[in-house]
Design a protein. Sequence first.
Lengths: 436, 98
Amino acid sequence: MRDARPDVDVIVVGAGPAGSAAAISAARAGLDVVLLERGPFPGSKNMYGGVIYGRILDGLVPNWWEEAPIQRWVTRRSTMLMTGSQALTVDFRSATWGEPPYNGATAYRPDFDNWLAGKATDAGATLLCSTTAVGLIREGHRVVGVRTDRPDGDLRARVVIAADGVNSFLAKEAGLYTHTGAENFTLGVKETLALPKDVIDERFGVRGNHGVDIEILGCTDGIPGGGFLYTNLDTVALGLVLHLPELAAQSKRPEELIAQLKRHAAIAPLIEGGEVKEYSAHVIPEAGWSMMPELSCDGMLVAGDAAAMCLAAGIWLEGVNFAIGAGQAAGQAAAEAIRLGDTSVAGLSGYRRRIDRTFVLADHRKLARIPHLVMNERTQRQYPQMVANIVERIFTVTNPLPKPGFNRIVASEVKAAGVKVTDLVRDGWTGLRGFG
Amino acid sequence: MNGDYPEISFEDRIGLVDFRVGERAHITVDGDSCRGCTTRACVVACPANLFVPTSDGGILFNYEQCFECGTCYMVCNTEGAITWTYPDGGEGVVFRRS
């Protein structure tokens, strides 16, 4: 041990949304903060499935919408149920979402994350890029710093905030992360496709910097998951989210599954002529509440994807906002603990207290059962097929036969889809309890 | 139109992504462990298609164009077959429009 004194107050590992938010709030509280990023710039390792919901930024960067590098404001939100030959879309538009303070935006994560990290350096944090944290420095059970891959790369701090992403080796090393089985994770894969802006505007029915986010169920060839298609300014992003165990147990590769979605009649006309500009992939902590690690140990807090804070609850697919909310609370809690001179688990308990009463943990707790509901065989295959067939029957004109009543159509399609009424009732109840 | 959407080759697809290849292989695969494996989960699931079965029952692995996502070690059910770390600072994948 060369020098046991801390080099800085706080080391934040990972300059994604969680880490940058943590660095902003800790630096603004007057702390000496180092923000480590293993990529050459913040955001360079990051990709996502579509929308940043900005309300959580209001308290961090006032009027953020005037400067954040977004692509389009989402004014149109669609949910599509898809089968091989059918698609049923619920499509919602709001003019309000296209005006300040806005609701959600699409963005390139390398731009957005880099911008947010800039707010941390503005606040006085020191950003060290191209620096990988390779392990923890511990004294007994207490985390007192991180080892980095720089020469003489040991860095000591009073508090370490692990915002090191879904693979969080720091949370694992500290023994906090135990739900690491593949069943808790999905793979997100995405193509960024270039199209002229006016073509995107026309095909998606939007103008200016207004955009569309479409979430798709039933497009994953039987692998639990879903798909998405959203608009950037002069590209669209099309991707899939695939549950790891079933992806691994079948024979189609991720890019083949994307190609299949691109050929679907409901998607092909929207992306025709789009030139692939980038292909990206990332693992997503899908299981939410049930997989969350312990959020702290002596000297360390965990935030963002590292703490499985991605919300994959069917109609709600969020993550960046959860990361920012958690990071902000972690930075504040670290500052509080350092001020009071106690950075043990007890001294850092302000983190849990803060996120317990906001959406960060409240939404996860309330929606704890929803990720499993969304991923079950019935929601993935049976229900979309059943609903699509019901709608097809309703709108198929069968003259000279008279129109069948809804009751008869529904009853026969429930049966044809092999749906058990008991399952339907149970899933409905789970959904109502979660969403209600 | 729907049936003949032109698809790019995997090589072209991965060629669109910026990789700063480091000298150290951040992921190593123990070929001996793979020889007895029948599931080959990594071969189908790796989005960068880095795992290639060889004719003698092993796995050929290339770390260079890796998304650093973690899928391979998560789906692998052979203890010790895949050793996974992050690339050294500044190296590896660099996304631009993700």
